[in-house]
Design a protein around this ligand. Sequence first.
Ligand code: F6R
Length: 609
Amino acid sequence: MCGIVGYIGTGSAKEIVLSGLKNLEYRGYDSAGIAINKKGKLLLRKESGELENLIAKTRKAEFDGNMGIGHTRWATHGSPIRENAHPHLSADGRIAIVHNGIIENYIELKNMLIKDHGIEFRSETDSEVIAQLIGVLYEGNLLDAVRAAVSRMRGAYAVGIICSEDPDTIIAVRKDAPLIAGIGEGCNYLASDIPAVLSYTRDIYVIENGEIVVITKDDIKIYDEDMTRIGREVMRVTWDATAADKGEYEDFMKKEIFEQPDGVRKTLGRRLTNDGEIKLDGIKLSKEEIDNIDRIYIVACGTAAHAGIQGVTLFEKFAKIPAEMDIASEFRYRNPLVNERTLCVCISQSGETSDTLEALREAKRKGARILSICNVVGSSVARESDDVMFTEAGPEIAVASTKAYTTQLVCLYLIALYMGRKKGTVPDEKYASLIAELRQTPDKIKEVLKTEKQIEKLAEQFYIKEQIFYIGRGMDVGTALEASLKLKEITYINSFAIGAGELKHGTIALVRNGTLFFVLATQDKLYEKMLSNIEEIKARKAHVVSIAKKGNSRVAKVSDEVIYIPECADDVTPLIAIVPMQLLAYHMAKLLKRNIDKPRNLAKSVTVE
Ligand code: F6R
């Protein structure tokens, strides 16, 4: 998804903005551009395709100046051609803007600009109206023009604006799209995401909705809508910039799969005392407040929603509160029965997913308490929630989510057990054994990672398949769904996941000689049922690869191959069984020579509806 970078200081704006955009590559993009203010003149360059194209075209020294903005674009309105790339210029060439988000009333504004001001638009984008609108409103004071323009814009936006006549200022505005300002020495930065500025500074201001920022080389001033100056606390980024490096790995996805033991350990570690009690720093729910909750809605998208599916089981089992998982994009429009006794659990790696954020706001409007699980400190989801639990996954760069998923699961275990403990609905013995099981999961994930060679061999056998099915029961249904999503995202192989009991109600019609099934059979109490399901599809000549706990040897007799995971309690298998599935998808994608970290048509953070 789009990324914004801005710089003002004494260094080379071109170098700094381009390096910032490079650090945002993981968001996905299909064109990029840069505008530099050099001695009161705006120099503009935009290219479609790889950032390298833009870098090559701006190599010459005449493109140097000390203030500039840049953008990586992911096409929403208008195809990914150079004309549609940002920055966009006003008709008179004095104003340049970069924009993330959507201007919902852009057609209305565009018609007005054409009719009343004779503006000729150069692109098909909604974003160009911002440049043109500021252009016609500009009468020598950029800030006034921006404020007047913003009052007419509807939608979601983070916008960076420069003006040829004002070589000392970058202005930025934010509504429902992420924006930060980075604090330098004798220079300052603007960006949509922290990694863009991390090579230069760790001190940032998180810009809030409705705020206007005026950035000069020596100062960053933040104002609210009424132009009241706001004192904002500096946020010091503590995570390591090298976490955004591939290190010894070929791809971020592989690195992130292998980081899972560490991520799980850290996510658990901070919250478990030596005597096994759970301490949740960002969650302030008292016993009375927990007792008052009569329903939990979990809202999330994609992989986070699959973690949410497991959350339903955990909340119902341990906290004994009815729970439902809702896809955020549906929840926000279906008028759910939310009230003051509802707990809304939002799960989001980025904390900026538009659908999740809007679902959160909808639940809040209706009186729910909002508890979020998030990987990005300072993100919108984190800031707009009553309680937040951060996953300790570190930055996740690969588009296909892996370590965020397993650490989200850890948070769900801890929150559900914490609530159950407060309510007295988890017997002491059960609680102690689960905590012991959770503590062992990092080592068990490590054990699974050691089976990579076996999984690579299976990948060689199956990467030419055109269709793959995943089935499971109980907590294996969520794992099957997540495994299937991973496969389709990065291999582009058509895959389908379904509860095994549901097969005979229709999908079994697709099974014929050689149809490939990955069968999740990790739930002891449902093991016999899974064996019957395997018999059922084997009878139709399917090829079956089962995933089962060590020691369950009967599964080997009915399956063509078995991937074993270490013995563990049924309740914690989702944390472990997903790992071989991630590896399998990874190796199949590798054999298919896919762009694993940046699969086609996908973006890391989906900040538009
Ligand atoms: C899949 C994937 C997506 C995200 C989804 C939600 O691998 O990464 O399905 O899980 O877009 O994103 P967040 O968690 O950032 O809200």
